[in-house]
Design a protein. Structure first.
Length: 441
């Protein structure tokens, strides 16, 4: 008898189904093991899977198992990959009307064949692709798919998905509707969430040690397999060390000189390695926000790990040690908030752009979020249970700089209540990122 793994709600399912209704090809891209294949199968009508004797497979609770009836091909399979590489046009022509092509970045030559098939007959939802590296950064791939594919970015699980809560934080941020809400403090549970990360397979493990083992093995597999697919790099040990350094530098300004110092490698080489880590969704550089009214801004991006569970595993941090290191906790809380908001923005109805701001006097805003040219909001993160007026210094500067476009600014803190500090500025409990009110706590 099979046992059922927990399935969390994925709020990207709605935009995925909308894209499949009118786009001939849709690409779900994101890191390995974040749930891309599961999401892809959720997009099609299910059918019961039967054994050869006709019995229906059941979960432990007696319910029949449901699986998508769409055809599925993974290019992690050596035979399928070799066939597609040898004759990509013939391979695509032989595909059925509806197909999921998993880990499509492993066969770059197939994209031209997909372009030809789409141009010949634009059937909505015919090709659902998944990829574990940013394939659209490859010029030939980008040219082949331009105007033919809609992109759905899938992240590891967001905290609102883990808590099965409706995601409302971004709506409240841009409308300023935080008054009157109260939640218990997160305290130890917040640190536990940071260390646990958001990968479903890691979260299925029962202890921190087992989750840490999963993350370290995951990174090793990523660097051994996916790096080989996109770059001719044999020094995987250096890549692993570099990711460890990035994990210590998360939420800090990206400084290539400092990151290169421990290596007997040139700065351009280390810069290339960082770009590869970005392409396989292990790190992310957050660009600096620029404004003509602010002349002394720092132009360097910030570096963030793409999942705090991976970052903590890379530097050997558990919940107890992270609680004791307040500086490191501040860094990881900032990355945790950034990743949660990026995850929520991936299914938000309007496109959002993320930045950070810092000037030469170290006045800063951890996250500047733009809703096109319409509105700007700011988020400051504080690993503390108290908030002071001085904590809004950067947000007040942001408000002056953008004028009427300023939608609001919040300081997220480990407190219990929302408190107004005037001028559209509010102290907000960090749990409101994923929990709407005290009734949902």
């Amino acid at each position: 008898m099979k046992t059922k793994s927990r399935l969390y709600p994925r709020y990207a399912e709605r935009p995925l189904k909308e894209a499949l209704a009118d786009s001939p090809a849709v690409l779900i891209h994101g890191p390995r093991q974040c749930g891309k294949t599961t999401l892809a199968r959720m997009a099609y009508p299910p059918q019961y899977l039967q054994w050869s004797d006709g019995t229906v497979m059941q979960w432990d609770d007696g319910e029949p198992m449901e699986f998508s009836n769409v055809n599925y091909v993974t290019f992690d399979d050596d035979v399928a990959r070799d066939a597609a590489e040898t004759d990509p046009i013939g391979f695509v022509n032989d595909l059925p009307d509806r197909v999921i092509l998993d880990e499509v970045q492993r066969v770059p030559s197939i994209f031209t064949a997909l372009k030809m098939a789409i141009d010949r007959e634009r059937i909505p939802g015919r090709f659902l692709l998944t990829g574990s590296s940013q394939v659209l950064l490859v010029p030939k791939v980008s040219d082949s798919l331009a105007g033919r594919v809609e992109i759905i970015r899938l992240h590891p699980l967001a905290q609102c998905e883990l808590s099965d809560q409706s995601p409302v934080f971004l709506d409240r941020l841009f409308s300023g509707e935080f008054k009157g809400h109260q939640l218990p403090r997160s305290s130890d549970r917040l640190v536990d969430r940071i260390v646990a990360g958001g990968f479903p397979a890691a979260l299925a493990r029962s202890t921190e040690g087992r989750r840490r083992n999963w993350y370290t093995n995951y990174v090793e597999t990523q660097l051994q397999r996916d790096v080989r697919d996109i770059a001719n790099i044999s020094d995987h040990e250096a890549m692993t060390r570099l990711l460890g350094i990035a994990a210590t530098q998360t939420a800090r300004l990206y400084n290539l000189l400092d990151m290169s110092a421990p290596f007997n490698l040139t700065r351009p080489t280390i810069g290339k390695y960082v770009e590869i880590l970005e392409r396989i969704f292990l790190v992310e550089r957050l660009p600096a926000w620029q404004n003509n009214r602010l002349k002394r801004s720092v132009k360097a991006p910030k570096l963030h790990v793409c999942d705090t569970g991976i970052g903590c595993a890379m530097i050997g941090v558990n919940s107890e040690s992270l609680k004791k290191d307040r500086d490191l906790l501040g860094q990881y809380l900032e990355s945790f908030v950034f990743q949660e908001l990026k995850r929520q923005s991936s299914w938000y109805d309007e496109p959002l752009s993320f930045y950070h701001y810092r000037d030469k006097d170290k006045v800063e805003v951890d996250l500047v979020i733009e809703k096109g040219s319409i509105a700007v909001a700011g988020v400051e993160v504080k690993a503390s249970s108290t908030v002071r007026a001085s904590d809004f210094r950067g947000l007040r500067m942001l408000k002056r700089a953008v004028g009427d476009r300023f939608a609001g600014g919040v300081v997220l803190y480990d407190g219990e209540a929302c408190w107004s500090f005037g001028d559209g500025l509010t102290a907000v409990p960090v749990r409101m990122l994923w929990e709407a009110s005290e009734e949902s706590a």
